[in-house]
Design a protein around this ligand. Structure first.
Ligand code: TPP
Length: 558
């Protein structure tokens, strides 16, 4: 007969996780959470992983959940341990990634009386959580329902939930109980078939407007790769009055989509900017990276902005008129019955501008000296087909938007909060969750910020890190403000650190490159199978990077 934690709340939590087929829990060490550590380790269906640093643990769990599209549970002890989950919780909240946060707490009478490792834990993530559950106040059957409800919320609403559990001493006691058969809950799958379609009458009001418009812009933000959506967008772009703008994190591609939005907008004259203004803006997917399109559409608002998302709609351009509360796939499958092609030169006009931009892009890059920009060209080109590409924030995600990324790659970045605090841990979680090779490109500050990620014990050997080391936060050299303020040091935070010693300490193979030849040579074997994961650190000239990027953009002007 199995030995379970004696604490009934710990038993209930584990049972409910089993019931909802949560198969992974990431545990950080402590004593107060002993009943949970014991309980989860007794479960045959749940894999327990141990990660010391809670911030890193939470981003690691986020990376796993991002790839599996299923919730991952996190367990930590009381006190500040829990607060270290917050950056990943905020990211999960804005990126719609399910995480189940389970924190051990002291019982109420021991809070704010001078006990160690004790803080006010109840509802501590209130602003960025789908639901808070504070156990230890109700009957066992009610507590059971409350836990059940929290797990159901994480799964159906795709986001983070927090279960706070007070445990009194003794903490390590076990009891032997007869194994209970737990019946798994069959939740309706999040599929098109289970969604409620839009009312046709309601939809017609919008398709009537659509059918009369000659300038329609469709903007696709971050989206998990999806074949149906790809096909639907391909169909949409057959209409010459529709311009489809995408970001690399949208994971869709077509020669008639415009993927480098900034490259298109930067060279526009005032007259062109006016011509670009759509009558209808239809948006889908997650948060948008391009600052230029945000600035442009806030200033040149379309008459109609409609957003498609089953969960929520942000008024990113301050002119949202309608939220279609369904998945984009269901939306388009209804929409195409009611819409028709409209004659217009809107799309072709901008396709010509795109072609011109590509020509200028190639000309510039063929003669471009070694710099961040050149590195992105070489590195993005080198990534083997069908890899997963994880990108950190700052200029990494922005540089990558200037290039056509190999269609077979799946591209991800923590854009929920655009933090630099957990990109490496997330990428490791994502690499752990899939079989394919994972390549992670990061800036140096982001890399050093989250270097505890390398301490995670589950890094697959086919994980590759590419650090673009420009000696600080390169993005701040490109922006006008930091230099003008004469306080650049406080923004750029320049340094002379390298990843070499960290690589040794954490058993990574380490390679470095200082110029184009070095880089090309290093990349030749970089993706080959190896006994250990690998880091390639590329050193670029920080004084030149921003000048080269500015010259690149200026060269796009006709
Ligand atoms: C947690 C967090 N703190 C601060 C910032 C502000 N920030 C944005 S970019 C950046 C510098 C990033 O530098 P690096 O990773 O080297 O990338 P580079 O700018 O050189 O591309 C900072 C500090 C942030 N996004 N997230």
């Amino acid at each position: 007969m199995p030995e379970l934690p004696k604490n009934i709340l710990a038993q209930l939590i584990v049972q409910n996780c089993e019931k909802y087929k949560i198969d992974t829990v990431v545990i950080s060490p402590g004593s107060r959470n002993a009943p949970l550590i014991i309980g989860f380790n007794k479960s045959v269906n749940i894999k327990t992983l141990s990660v010391v640093d809670e911030r890193s643990a939470a981003f690691f769990a986020l990376g796993i959940a991002q790839q599996k599209r299923q919730p991952v549970a996190l367990v930590c002890t009381s006190g500040s341990a829990l607060l270290n989950y917050y950056p990943a919780i905020a990211e999960a909240f804005y990126s719609n990634i399910p995480l189940i946060i389970i924190s051990a707490d002291r019982p109420k009478h021991l809070i704010d009386v001078g006990d160690g490792q004790t803080i006010r834990q109840e509802n501590v993530f209130d602003n960025h959580i789908l639901c808070n559950v504070n156990l230890g106040k109700k009957t066992v059957s009610l507590e059971d329902e409350i836990i059940d409800d929290a797990l159901r919320t994480a799964i159906t609403k795709m986001g983070p939930v927090h279960i706070n559990v007070p445990f009194d001493e003794p903490l390590y006691e076990k009891i032997v109980l007869e194994q209970q058969d737990i019946e798994a809950v069959q939740l309706e799958e999040n599929s098109l078939l289970n969604e409620k379609p839009l009312e046709v009458k309601e939809l017609e009001k919008y398709t009537d407007i659509w059918n009369l418009s000659t300038k329609k812009m469709v903007l696709v933000g971050e989206h998990y790769p999806d074949e149906l959506l790809q096909i639907q967008l391909e169909h949409l772009v057959k209409d010459p009055s529709v311009l489809v703008l995408i970001e690399n994190t949208a994971n869709v591609s077509h020669s008639k989509f415009i993927n480098s939005i900034d490259k298109l907008i930067f060279p526009m004259t005032d007259e062109r900017l006016e011509e670009f203004q759509p009558e209808i803006l239809l948006t889908l997917g997650g948060l948008i990276v391009s600052k230029k399109i945000k600035k442009y559409l806030r200033k040149n608002q379309p008459k109609h902005h409609w957003h498609i998302d089953i969960k929520r709609a942000f008024d990113t351009f301050h002119c949202l008129n309608h939220h279609f509360k369904v998945s984009p796939q269901l939306f388009f499958s209804q929409f195409f019955f009611l819409t028709k092609r409209c004659d217009s030169n809107y799309q072709q006009y901008w396709m010509d501008k795109k072609a011109f931009g590509i020509k200028r892009h190639m000309e510039f890059l063929n003669n471009c000296s070694f710099s961040d920009l050149k590195v992105f060209q070489i590195v993005l080109d080198s990534i083997p087909n069908n890899s997963q590409l994880q990108l950190s924030n700052s200029s990494v995600i922005r540089y990558s938007q200037l290039f056509n990324i190999n269609k077979t790659l799946r591209v991800f970045c923590n854009r929920g909060t655009s933090g630099i605090d957990g990109s490496t841990s997330t990428a490791i979680g994502a690499a752990y969750a899939v079989k394919e090779n994972t390549v992670f490109i990061t800036g140096d500050i982001s890399f050093f910020y989250d270097s505890n990620a390398l301490w995670i014990n589950y890094i697959p050997t086919n994980f590759r890190i590419i650090i673009v080391n420009n000696g600080g936060g390169g993005i701040f050299r490109f922006l006008q403000g930091p230099k003008k303020s004469k306080l650049l040091d406080y923004f750029e935070t320049s340094h002379n650190l390298t990843a070499e010693h960290l690589s040794k300490m954490y058993n990574f193979e380490y390679y470095s490159a200082f110029n184009e030849d070095d880089l090309t040579k290093r990349l030749e074997k970089f993706y080959e199978l190896s006994k250990y994961p690998k880091i390639l650190e590329i050193f670029t000239p920080k004084e030149k990077n921003d000048q080269i990027l500015k010259a690149y953009f200026n060269n796009l002007i006709a």
